[in-house]
Design a protein around this ligand. Structure first.
Ligand SMILES: NC(=O)C1=CN([C@@H]2O[C@H](COP(=O)(O)OP(=O)(O)OC[C@H]3O[C@@H](n4cnc5c(N)ncnc54)[C@H](OP(=O)(O)O)[C@@H]3O)[C@@H](O)[C@H]2O)C=CC1
Ligand SMILES: CC(C)(CO)C(=O)C(=O)O
Length: 328
C-alpha cells in the first residue's frame, strides 16, 4: 500500500512517524524548508510518552518524484490546500483515495450529502471550487483528528495526547479503502474507527473550534479561562447554538448537549488553542475553515448567525492587523 502524507507537520508528522515505525506501508512524506532538511538528515523524530523514537521515512519536497499513490493524506492547514493543488496532482491516479485531516468544515462537505445543497462548493474553504475540481470529491475519505501534537523543532514531533483519527466516507459507506487504511493505522498503534456518519462527528469537533479558537485568539485566554468566565462562556455558547441550528437544518445529529461539550473544552485546562498559538507565532490562522465556513453554511441554510458574525469580524480584523490572515 503506497501512502503519502502531504504536509508532515504536527499531525502529518505524528501519523507518518507512527506508520513508519510500524513499517507495513510503503510510506513517503512531502515536507519543506528546514523541517524537510532535518528529516532527511536525522530522520523524523517523535517524542511520545517521554520517549524519543526516530522514524526513517522517504521525504521529498517535490511530490512528482513519488508518482501515483494508493492513499494521499492531506495534513496541512486548511488554507494551505488550494495553493498546493499543483503539487498534489502528480500523486493522484484513477484509484487514489485522499484523506482530508483538516479541522473545520471540509471542502467536500456537500458531496454525497443528499438534500437541496448536494454538490455545493464552499467559498470559505474552496474559493472558486478549485480543490473540488482538482482533487475530486469521489476520492475523499473524511477524517476527524483528535490527537494534540506539536512541532517542537524542525524534524521533531512531540505528541501531547490522543491517538484517535476517525475516518468516514462522505457517502457513509464502510468502504474497503477506508477499512484497509484503518487496519494499517491500528497496526501502528492509532485508533481509526470508520464512521457511517462522519459529518456528525465533524460538527461536534467543529463546535469547539468554531467558538473557543477565535475567542482564545481575541482574548489571549486558555480553554479553562474562557469556560470559567461566565461572560466569555456565554459568547461561546451562543456561537455553538447558532451552529447547532445550522447543523440540524442539514440533518446533523448532535449526540451530546451543548453544556457537556463546553465542560469538555474547559476540562482540557490551561491550553492555548491552535488559533491562539498561530497568532502568537505570527502564522496564518485557520479562520475561514473554522468560522467563515460556518457563517457561509448559515447563509446557505437561512439560519441567522449574529454572534458568529461578530466574532468573525473581530478575529479577522485582529489577524489582518497581525499579518496572520488574508482572505481566501
Ligand atoms: N496540531 C494539532 O494538535 C491538531 C491539528 N489539527 C488540524 O490538523 C491540520 C494540520 O495541523 P498541524 O499539523 O497542526 O499543522 P502544521 O502547520 O504543524 O503542519 C502542516 C505542515 O504542512 C506543511 N505544508 C503546507 N503546505 C505545504 C506544501 N505545499 N508542501 C509541503 N509542505 C507543506 C507546513 O509547512 P510550513 O510550516 O512550511 O508551512 C507544515 O509543516 C489543521 O487543520 C489543524 O487544525 C487537528 C487536531 C489537532
Ligand atoms: C484545543 C481544541 C480542542 C480547541 O477547541 C483544538 O482543537 C484546537 O486548539 O484547535
Amino acid at each position: 500500500m503506497r501512502v503519502t502524507v502531504f504536509g508532515a507537520g504536527a499531525i502529518g508528522g505524528y501519523l507518518a512517524a507512527k506508520l513508519a515505525i510500524a513499517g507495513s506501508v510503503d510510506l513517503s512524506i512531502v515536507a519543506r524548508g528546514a523541517h524537510l532538511e532535518a528529516i532527511k538528515a536525522d530522520g523524523l523524530r517523535l517524542i511520545e510518552g517521554g520517549k524519543e523514537t526516530v522514524a526513517r521515512v522517504r521525504a521529498v519536497s517535490r511530490a512528482e518524484e513519488l508518482g501515483v499513490q494508493d492513499y494521499v493524506v492531506l495534513a496541512m492547514k486548511a488554507h494551505s490546500l488550494a495553493p498546493a493543488l499543483g503539487e498534489i496532482a502528480p500523486l493522484l491516479g484513477e484509484g487514489t483515495a485522499v484523506v482530508t485531516m483538516q479541522n473545520g468544515v471540509p471542502w467536500w462537505y456537500f458531496h454525497k450529502a443528499g438534500g437541496a445543497l448536494e454538490g455545493t462548493r464552499l467559498d470559505a474553504v474552496d474559493p472558486g471550487g478549485a480543490i473540488w475540481q482538482c482533487i475530486g470529491p469521489e476520492r475523499v475519505i473524511g477524517s476527524v483528528v483528535y490527537p494534540a501534537v506539536e512541532v517542537d523543532a524542525p524534524g521533531l514531533i512531540r505528541h501531547v495526547e490522543g491517538t484517535r483519527f476517525s475516518l468516514g466516507e462522505p457517502s457513509g459507506e464502510k468502504s474497503e479503502r477506508a477499512t484497509a487504511l484503518a487496519r494499517e493505522m491500528v497496526k501502528a498503534g492509532l485508533q481509526a474507527p470508520v464512521r457511517e456518519d462522519v459529518r456528525s462527528e465533524i460538527w461536534v469537533k467543529l463546535w469547539g473550534n468554531l467558538s473557543f479558537n477565535p475567542i482564545s485568539a481575541l482574548t489571549g485566554s486558555t480553554l479553562a479561562a474562557i469556560v470559567a468566565d461566565e461572560a466569555t462562556r456565554a459568547v461561546a455558547r451562543a456561537m455553538m447554538l447558532e451552529a447547532q441550528a445550522i447543523g440540524e437544518s442539514l440533518g446533523v445529529r448532535f449526540l451530546i448537549p451543548v453544556d457537556r461539550r463546553i465542560k469538555g473544552a474547559g476540562d482540557v485546562g490551561e491550553h492555548k488553542t491552535s488559533m491562539l498559538q498561530d497568532l502568537e507565532r505570527g502564522r496564518p490562522m485557520e479562520i475561514d475553515a473554522l468560522v467563515g465556513a460556518v457563517r457561509e453554511l448559515g447563509r446557505l441554510t437561512g439560519q441567522p448567525t449574529p454572534t458568529i458574525d461578530t466574532v468573525l469580524a473581530l478575529v479577522r480584523r485582529l489577524a489582518t492587523e497581525r499579518g496572520c490572515y488574508s482572505p481566501s
